[in-house]
Design a protein around this ligand. Structure first.
Ligand code: NAD
Length: 423
């Protein structure tokens, strides 16, 4: 049976709450969202028919600041998934200490089956449905799986029309032309790269000899793979929803070329092409399941949740896992990794570069500035490095894994805010 992501999230919460003796009333507050918004969005389809799409916004906790979190368009998006993702956002914002709470949105839809016009109508419909609960000081959405700057541009525009004024700080991950931040698109990957660099130092690995496999080749998977490749790591396998490729020579592939091939042919598997030169001998097709179980130093899940479970965790051979997806590892799999001494850098730390630069975007919009890419990436670096050090320190001090350490740190910060409000 597939794991329920919200049950996993609550198991993780309880494990950490116990370690830090979290007050029972605070644990109770954090076991449920502040608000669940749910509706059907009617969309006029190109063929003249009307379809209703199930849509959600879960506002989990806002003790530390406005709710913050992406919107996912996916056929499997459901309330439990959105609740789990919203909870993880609250933890994540506290781990990197940005002044936001946690929220998440979703629409149950196969976005690839919609035309661009239908997708725009659906995106605008989501905003109209929830607009009264959104805004720069209330709840600030961003992109997630199968949403992107284009979608955020439509949404920010719709929000401005509904409330009667342009409020760029209401959405992050927007196109640059609408007040998006330089560096936001690559931010999650950049943050993951910085985390890998810090981890490699702790594990005394030599990066020139460090092999990496990345599951998921969307925004996050592509950028983390590219940055690792550029820094000298060997990215020996990548995959997307249709399958993956493995470099049989352990050389490492150039993610830019894989992306070109994906854009040209719609597939990354099969042959590997650098420009027009295709190398079909050295690259072998692999499945997503095979990628997760490869002999590799660092495994990076960067697709969806619940891909490493009780069923396959025992076969994972990586030395370390850096979770760029949200919720890829179930609590049962975590237990196995503890026994096998496989280090797991949790999602709430590893992929927090995205929300950190979203925070920078919100700040820039609020004060009417536009920072340069270098400035943004320079500001991101110490936040990721210090957060990694803090989590690592708690993990050593309390003899707990990095996930529980990250939660412990975050829960203390959230609890402090709840108490400071005098609730
Ligand atoms: P995306 O839509 O750009 O890419 C998703 C990728 O996953 C695609 O390459 C898709 O083909 C692949 N995929 C889907 N199903 C798969 C499967 N069953 N097996 C293997 N690959 C599969 O999404 P994204 O923004 O890159 O998000 C990926 C993960 O990172 C999600 O868990 C998301 O919540 C998380 N995340 C994203 C951001 C961000 O800034 N975009 C920030 C933090 C966390």
């Amino acid at each position: 049976m597939a794991s329920n992501p919200f049950s996993s999230a609550m198991t993780q919460l309880e494990r950490a709450a116990k370690i830090i003796n979290l007050e029972p009333y605070i644990l109770d507050i954090l076991k449920r969202p502040v608000r669940i918004l749910e509706t059907g969005i009617p969309v006029k389809m190109d063929d003249g028919s009307t379809k209703i799409f199930q849509a959600y916004r879960v506002q989990y906790n806002d003790a530390r600041g406005p709710f913050k979190g992406g919107i996912r368009f996916h056929p499997d998006a459901d309330l439990d998934e959105v609740k789990a993702l919203a909870f993880w956002m609250a933890i994540k914002c506290a781990v990197v200490n940005v002044p936001f709470g946690g929220g998440k949105g979703g629409i149950t839809v196969e976005p690839k089956s919609l035309s661009l016009r239908e997708l725009q109508r659906l995106s605008r419909g989501w905003v109209r449905a929830f607009a009264r609960y959104l805004g720069p000081k209330k709840d600030v959405p961003a992109p997630d799986v199968y949403t992107n700057p284009t979608v955020m541009g439509w949404m920010a525009d719709e929000f401005g029309q509904v409330v009667g004024e342009w409020q760029p700080a209401a959405f992050t991950g927007k196109p640059i032309a609408l007040g998006g931040s330089q560096g936001r698109t690559e931010a999650t990957g950049q943050g993951g790269f910085l985390v890998v660099e810090a981890l490699v130092k702790k594990l005394n690995l030599n990066k020139e000899k460090t092999t990496v496999a990345v599951q998921g080749f969307g925004n996050v998977g592509f950028y983390v793979a590219k940055k690792l490749h550029d820094a000298g790591y060997s990215v020996i396998a990548v995959s997307d929803s249709k399958g993956g490729i493995l470099d049989k020579r352990n050389h490492g592939m150039d993610p830019e070329n894989v992306m070109k091939s994906k854009k040209e042919k719609g597939l990354i598997d099969g042959c590997y092409c650098a420009g027009t030169v295709c190398d079909c001998e050295n690259y072998q097709k692999i499945s997503n399941a095979e990628l997760l179980e490869m002999e590799v130093d660092i495994l990076i899940p960067a697709a969806l949740e619940n891909v490493i479970t009780l069923e396959n965790a025992g076969r994972v051979k990586a030395k370390a896992i850096v979770e760029m997806a949200n919720g890829p590892t179930t609590p049962e799999a975590d237990e196995i990794f503890k026994q096998k001494n496989i280090v797991v850098v949790p999602d709430v730390l590893a992929n927090a570069g995205g929300v950190t630069v979203s925070y920078f975007e919100w700040v820039q919009n609020n004060i009417g500035e536009a920072w340069k890419r270098e400035e943004v990436l320079d500001k991101l670096k110490p936040i990721m490095e210090n957060s990694f050090e803090e989590v690592w320190g708690v993990s050593i001090e309390k003899k707990i894994n990095l996930r529980t350490a990250a939660y412990a740190l975050a829960l203390q910060r959230i609890a402090e805010a709840i108490k400071a409000r005098g609730l």
